[in-house]
Design a protein around this ligand. Structure first.
Ligand SMILES: Nc1ncnc2c1ncn2[C@@H]1O[C@H](COP(=O)(O)OP(=O)(O)OP(=O)(O)O)[C@@H](O)[C@H]1O
Length: 263
């Protein structure tokens, strides 16, 4: 479904600050897979998402999605079929637009036509139904400006906007890390519900090792811009956090991030 072949990206090439963030990265993801991604700071996780989303030109390698080579496709075109959530709940929604206008904009991507903020009555009913799943009272606030919502509510909006047009791929970049624990749990629960309901092929970066091992069906570990571990099936089920850290250490990496250990 998603094939990443030999991805390479060096930032500031040819200067003293040159840094190879992706170093011949290979990955195959099957349709419907929910893959969690872990790795220490600077391992290349967000750069991997930027490569898939088309934020920069790769030095080498190619990205194929659903049999189509999208390596040179512009970022805004990929956004029509790749949903992405960031840590910051303020990204991904337009604060001066209402809940229904934001959703109408996202929903119009489904038709691959021009983006629309005009809200048709039948669409408004559908948005209400979808918002009700979050159980945050948002379904009764369609005319509320998104800028007035809490962080958790805005991330709920971003999640719905990223998935309402049924993307081919969903990229979650620590999308619950900046939320309070109750909101984080709620957003994660709904993420799982939507993922399994729509059989959405999903990649999720997390610093929470426990969540990485128990969410989705596969866990990969990145280090120095490469996939160094790929766990699924019974091997993943049996894996404990100490064993995982030991494996990580064997690759010369240290889980030096307190968030990983404490969360
Ligand atoms: N636009 C850029 N220009 C220069 N260097 C960059 C750029 N983007 C990323 N890097 C560097 O590439 C490396 C990988 O960064 P990346 O953000 O992918 O790491 P990460 O695994 O997501 O880390 P974290 O968990 O801290 O978010 C880092 O050393 C980073 O400084």
């Amino acid at each position: 479904m998603l094939k990443l072949n030999n991805l390479r990206k060096t930032f500031n090439a040819g200067t003293p600050s040159a840094h190879t963030a992706l170093d011949g990265l290979n990955l195959r993801v099957n349709a419907g897979d929910f893959v969690t991604i872990i790795g220490s700071n600077g391992a290349g996780k967000s750069t991997l998402f930027n490569a898939i989303g088309g934020s920069f030109t790769l030095d080498r390698g190619n990205v194929t999605l659903d049999g189509k080579n999208i390596t040179f496709m512009k970022e805004f075109r990929r956004a029509a079929f790749i949903g992405r959530l960031f840590q910051d709940p303020m990204r991904g929604t337009a604060p001066d637009m209402t809940i229904e206008e934001n959703l109408a904009l996202a929903y119009s991507r489904r038709h691959h036509g021009p983006l629309r903020i005009g809200v048709q009555r039948k669409d408004a009913a559908y948005f209400k139904e979808q918002l009700a799943i979050f159980d945050m009272g948002l379904e009764n606030r369609l005319k509320t400006k998104v800028g007035t919502l809490s962080g958790g509510q805005r991330q709920a909006m971003s999640l719905l906007m990223s998935t309402i047009a049924q993307p081919k791929l969903l990229l979650l970049d620590e999308h619950t890390a900046a939320l309070d624990p109750a909101a984080a749990e709620k957003i994660m629960d709904i993420t799982k519900t939507i993922q399994s309901r729509d059989n959405l092929t999903t990649l999720m970066i997390t610093h929470n090792i426990q969540a990485a091992l128990t969410t989705g069906n596969r866990t990969i570990m990145l280090q120095n811009g490469k996939v160094i571990l790929d766990l699924s099936g019974s091997e993943r089920e049996k894996m404990t956090i100490p064993q995982l850290m030991e494996l990580y250490a064997q690759h010369g990496a240290i889980l030096d991030d307190d968030r990983m250990l404490l969360s």
